[in-house]
Ligand binder design. Structure first.
Ligand code: ADP
Ligand code: MG
Length: 258
């Protein structure tokens, strides 16, 4: 085997390894052990739904994946690269992780278009004309192309959340984290957001989704993680999780919501 072949094999190994990897991650808030020995690997194109009672640590786990929260011990890698605690390298790796929150967090004083343009220009250093073209294309894709020149307050909640998704996608992330993206929406707007997420999943986007939408979990997830008290208590296929959960905690949780 030539040296070249060896290094090709090595880089292939990185490209086909897990996209997100957490090893032995622990985090405390004072006396509260909010994440306890989290070990998790997410493959390219995988859709992982994270379910669990309120306060179990789902949001904290999402936020640690792009270091919006620091961790006490363990390691996190995105696409084979360890996430540093701080610095320029962190900003670059963080841009690989798109995040969509319950509250849409759009800039109220910027137009919809500008909301999707801004970070591309500032963080990714994309030329403005190109950033605008990308923004218009993404806004079309999530079905709000006609709203590009309006301000967020002029849009419905469902439209605003779709803009937030377009804004995250504009950074060309490797993985998208959704933390209860439909929880703040009026019921009639939930589906339009879930539809956008379904189409992203179908296109092969790697996604971690915290949601109470069990229909979405059943139909779109490759894997369900059930969290309780800062631990991943159960990992299962969606079918098995909803029909025959293994853990008592999951059985109890499902009996309350289904
Ligand atoms: P979930 O998203 O599953 O509802 P969270 O990750 O938001 O849970 O919270 C997990 C636990 O950590 C809760 O008990 C919450 O009160 C606590 N917590 C979350 N953020 C903080 C913080 N910044 N400081 C102290 N405690 C926090
Ligand atoms: Mg939460």
């Amino acid at each position: 085997m030539t040296e070249e072949t060896v290094s090709d094999t090595a880089s292939d190994a990185v490209a086909t390894g897990p996209l997100v990897s957490l090893k032995g991650v622990d985090k405390h808030y004072g006396a509260l052990h909010v994440l306890q020995d989290i070990n998790l690997e997410i493959a390219r194109g995988e859709v992982v739904v994270l379910i669990g009672p309120s306060g179990s640590g789902k949001s904290t786990l999402c936020r640690t994946i792009n270091r919006l929260e620091t961790i006490d011990s363990g390691s996190i890698a995105i696409d084979g690269r360890p996430l540093p605690a701080e610095g320029k390298e962190l900003a670059r790796l963080r841009a690989d992780v798109g995040m969509v929150f319950q509250s849409f967090n759009l800039f109220a004083h910027k137009t919809v278009l500008e909301n999707v343009v801004l970070a591309q220009v500032k963080v990714r250093k994309v030329p403005r004309a190109q950033a605008e073209a990308t923004a218009r294309e993404l806004l079309e894709r999530v079905g709000v192309g006609a709203q590009a020149d309006k301000y967020p307050a002029q849009l419905s909640g469902g439209q605003q959340q779709r803009v937030a998704i377009a804004r995250a996608l504009a950074m060309k992330p490797k993985v998208m984290l959704f933390d209860e993206p439909t929880s703040a929406l009026d019921p009639e707007m939930v589906n339009e957001v879930l539809e956008v997420m379904r189409s992203l999943a179908a296109e092969g986007m790697t996604m971690v989704v915290v949601t109470h939408e069990m229909g979405f979990a059943r139909s779109a997830a490759n894997r369900v993680l059930f969290m309780a008290d800062g631990r991943i208590v159960e990992e299962n296929t969606p079918d098995a999780f909803f029909t025959a959960p293994r853990s008592d905690r999951a059985k109890d949780f499902l009996s309350k919501i289904l």
